[in-house]
Design a protein around this ligand. Structure first.
Ligand SMILES: Nc1ncnc2c1ncn2[C@@H]1O[C@H](COP(=O)(O)OP(=O)(O)O)[C@@H](O)[C@H]1O
Ligand SMILES: N[C@@H](CCOP(=O)(O)O)C(=O)O
Length: 309
């Protein structure tokens, strides 16, 4: 018996919403096929994957499933085939999507009847294998779909963010995968911040959520700014400030780093000079000795179970 689940790529943080906000998009997707080999005897998880670790403890999909079954006290032998479609190390929620798909597939395979919040609770554990931290944002977006806010982590509670803003997504993706990128990016963050910077980011977060809900372009633009996380990680994407400045000049709705980078998320609409952003961003990337892909996409739904396999 096998079940296959599909989960989409995501852009987490959305400026000042570090570890809280994220959005799923159709740019890329992972699939995980879970096959039940035996049940009730012992707990054994195996992982096969062409381009991510096949060591269960080091694969976000395998680690999430193994820990979930340990926590639930379930003995089963399950093989996981991780079919990657999301390039990893680029800030597109690759590790999170695998974990989301794996948990959803095993939930269906063993008829666990987990809620979406419970699935995120277990899927986030998979992020420990990839970044050393169970950050819930990417897996929340890949599981729920749309734009999400993680309002609680113990227990996990995910809320879909209401949006009345019409926008499309441009992802600027460097063609350079970095092993362990998010782990390194998390180590770059300050342990303490000035209250003033916290207040700045609270203003940005408030602007973003109100702007999305009301469909106010200017509020969303302001809301995608950040004074703490992107600033601390700038050495990972030195080209970002210029690309952002240029995109805003060409009337993008707003710009932020996608997750821990190095990809950049641009929200745009029919008032935006999209071609101008792409051509000038290519020049900026070239000046920084990087080649980038430019992917136009849109919001994605949540994790999908393939029926009839
Ligand atoms: N199923 C998986 N999919 C993608 N990366 C994985 C997976 N399992 C473990 N990893 C590891 O996690 C790292 C990529 O995750 P991360 O650094 O968070 O980047 P991102 O999530 O932006 O792709 C790589 O070192 C990769 O080997
Ligand atoms: N909140 C996390 C998000 C990491 O997203 P990814 O797509 O880069 O894995 C962080 O910023 O550390």
């Amino acid at each position: 018996m096998s079940i296959t689940a599909t989960a989409y790529s995501s852009s987490a943080n959305l400026g000042s919403g570090f570890d809280v906000l994220s959005m799923a998009h159709k740019a890329f997707k992972d699939k995980v096929k879970a096959t039940l080999i035996s049940e009730g005897r012992n707990l054994k998880i195996s992982v096969s994957s062409k381009n991510t670790p096949e060591n269960v403890e080091k694969n976000s999909a395998g680690f999430a499933v193994k820990r979930m079954l340990e926590i639930l006290g379930i003995n089963a032998e399950i093989s996981l085939e991780v079919i990657k479609g999301i390039p990893y190390g680029l800030g597109l929620g690759s590790s999170g999507a695998s974990a989301s798909a794996a948990i959803a597939a095993v939930n269906e395979l063993l008829d666990l009847d987990l809620s979406l919040n419970e699935q995120v609770e277990f899927a986030k554990i998979g992020e420990i294998a990839s970044s050393g931290s169970p950050h819930p944002d990417n897996v929340a977006a890949s599981t729920f779909g749309g734009i999400v806010a993680v309002t609680s982590v113990s227990p996990t509670k995910v809320i879909r963010v209401p949006s009345n803003l019409n926008f499309k997504i441009l992802l600027i993706v460097p063609q350079k995968t970095q092993e362990g990128k998010t782990k390194k990016a998390r180590e770059m963050l300050p342990k303490e911040i000035e209250i003033e910077r916290y207040v700045y980011n609270s203003r940005h977060l408030s602007s973003l959520l109100i702007g999305l809900s009301s469909g106010d372009r200017e509020l969303v633009r302001e809301g995608l700014n950040d004074e703490i996380f992107e600033v601390s990680r700038l050495p990972l994407f030195p080209y970002y400030p210029k690309i952002k400045e240029n995109a805003i000049e060409k009337n993008a709705i707003g710009v932020c780093v996608s997750g821990a980078g190095p990809s950049i998320l641009v929200l745009y609409d029919n008032k935006t000079d999209l071609e101008g952003i792409i051509s000038s961003s290519k020049e900026i990337c070239t000046k920084n000795d990087i080649n980038c892909d430019f992917i136009q996409t849109e919001l994605a739904g949540g994790v999908e179970i393939e029926r009839g396999n």
